[in-house]
Design a protein around this ligand. Structure first.
Ligand code: PLP
Length: 449
């Protein structure tokens, strides 16, 4: 990782464009930049273009986009057009991939604590099942049956020490098989009828150091050699998992994807090729790095309050982006139309939850803010909307895809109070009526029997 100069955090749309959009769709909403997502995807594929198929042909690399990062079918479809598959870990995520037309081995099913119906659905779709625990082999056999192709998730425990606060130390992580278990798992799976194999680990999260990222690949390459030596089994692909980081803060290092891919290639030649195991396909499950930097949460300032501190209250809240509250994560903020104003004020930027963690920024240096200002919170394209929740009766926002630099396609409408009440059946009460009468007259929750 080289020393880097601060990144310019810019916004790909203008204040005028937002004001136009807002006439029809009130803030807050997320906007994803299609062109930038496509450009980033192409760059990733180009960096790994040295990866060959099992027949030794070009084009062996695949990223299975982690659906949990941005579970919107319009996004999945455009990534599919760029050659990506889907990494799913729940039934609804499998249904989403299927709806988009992502098929068979284009789907990686990397789950944990998995219920039978998910294994059954994954097997039905022909997805690659990635096993998280040794006991799941028997469970899979009894419920869905053992597929021909199986992948195992490895947890290196204390053998890997670059842990990070989000995913933590591997020895404390709930995921994957230990070294001894994974060796046994391959032979057991073979006895149960599997004939093709993959190897997976995800041991970094939001990691921006190329050397550490590549080191995770090195660890898996060595394990593939050991599996071959001890069991005679050759894995046909190695799945490096997700975890490529992005620079949330302008002073964060930006991963040099070409440098990372070169380092992985170096380990591949040194370990896989030298031991006569090539070709092994390299795949990954990157989510954050694929869409994260290309999403923006747009929100209006409701109130500016001066108390013991100065507060900017937005119309967005933790329901729209949870990372700052959950992890204390930094998300850059641009005030539209005030980009050139002096940065001479300090604010906590908050949402409206009755929960003091509901802050997008704490003691952030910003230009002077007035009520009605438009704020853009950066890097919300992954683990942003997706983590939303309805605590305090807060509703999730709309999502837009920005296309051709200026068209905004609504790819998910905002929730309404009706959506919030949709799962209730309270003594025949018509909550949809409640939703319509919101705010005007305090509604009676009547019993219409
Ligand atoms: C979350 C997750 C990913 C995606 O991680 P990113 O940080 O978004 O790249 C990939 N694989 C698994 C198993 C995950 O849990």
């Amino acid at each position: 990782m080289q020393g880097s100069k601060p990144i310019q955090k810019t916004v790909p749309f203008s204040k005028l464009q937002i004001e136009k959009l807002e006439k029809e769709y009130p803030t807050p909403f997320h906007i994803y930049d299609e062109e930038a997502i496509r450009a980033g995807s192409r760059r990733l594929y180009k960096a790994f273009s040295w990866v060959t198929t099992t027949d030794g042909k070009a084009g062996g690399f695949k990223n299975y986009f982690a659906v949990k990062a941005l579970p919107n079918p319009y996004i999945l479809r455009l990534l599919y057009e760029e050659g990506m598959g889907a990494d799913c870990s729940s039934l609804p995520e499998l249904l989403l991939a299927d709806a988009v037309g992502i098929k068979g081995e284009e789907i990686m099913f990397t789950s944990n604590d998995t219920p039978a119906e998910e294994f059954i659905q994954a097997k039905k779709l022909g997805a690659i099942i990635n096993i998280d625990d040794i006991t799941h082999l028997d469970f899979l056999e009894k419920t869905a049956g053992i597929p021909k192709l199986l992948c195992f998730r490895y947890n290196p425990g204390d053998d890997y020490s670059h842990g990070n606060p989000i995913i933590g130390n591997p020895s404390e992580a709930k995921y994957g098989l230990t070294h001894d278990q994974i060796l046994r798992a391959y032979t057991t799976a073979q006895q149960k009828g599997a004939t093709r194999f993959g190897l997976h680990a995800m041991i970094v999260s939001n990691q921006r150091d190329e050397e550490i990222l590549a080191d995770a690949a090195r660890l898996l390459f060595s394990l593939a050699v050991e599996i071959h030596e001890k069991t005679g089994i050759r894995v046909e692909f190695i799945n490096l998992g997700g975890g490529i980081g992005i620079p949330y803060s302008p002073v964060d290092h930006q991963v040099d994807i070409e440098d990372y891919a070169r380092r992985v290639h170096g380990h591949y030649k040194e370990i896989i090729v030298k031991n006569g195991l090539a070709p092994i396909r390299i795949v990954m499950e990157s989510g954050r790095a694929v869409t994260g930097p290309y999403g923006y949460l747009v929100s209006r300032v409701r109130h500016v309050a001066k108390k013991h501190r100065d507060y900017v209250g937005l119309d967005a809240c933790m329901a729209n982006l949870m990372r700052p509250a959950l992890y204390g994560a930094y998300h850059h903020i641009t005030v539209l139309g005030k980009e050139d104003r002096p940065l001479d004020h300090v604010y906590d930027v908050t949402g409206s939850l009755c929960e003091n963690n509901d802050k997008f920024a704490v003691q952030r240096i910003l230009p002077e803010i007035s009520s009605g200002d438009l704020m853009v919170i950066h890097d919300t394209g992954a683990h942003g909307y997706a983590m939303g929740f309805n605590y305090n009766g807060k509703l999730r926002s709309a999502e837009f895809l920005m296309q051709n630099g200026g068209t905004f396609k609504l790819i998910r409408r905002a929730e309404t109070a009706n959506d919030y009440f949709a799962t209730l059946d309270f003594e025949g009460s018509d909550f949809s009526g409640l939703a319509r009468n919101k705010a005007t007259s305090p509604p009676q929750v009547g019993n219409k029997k």
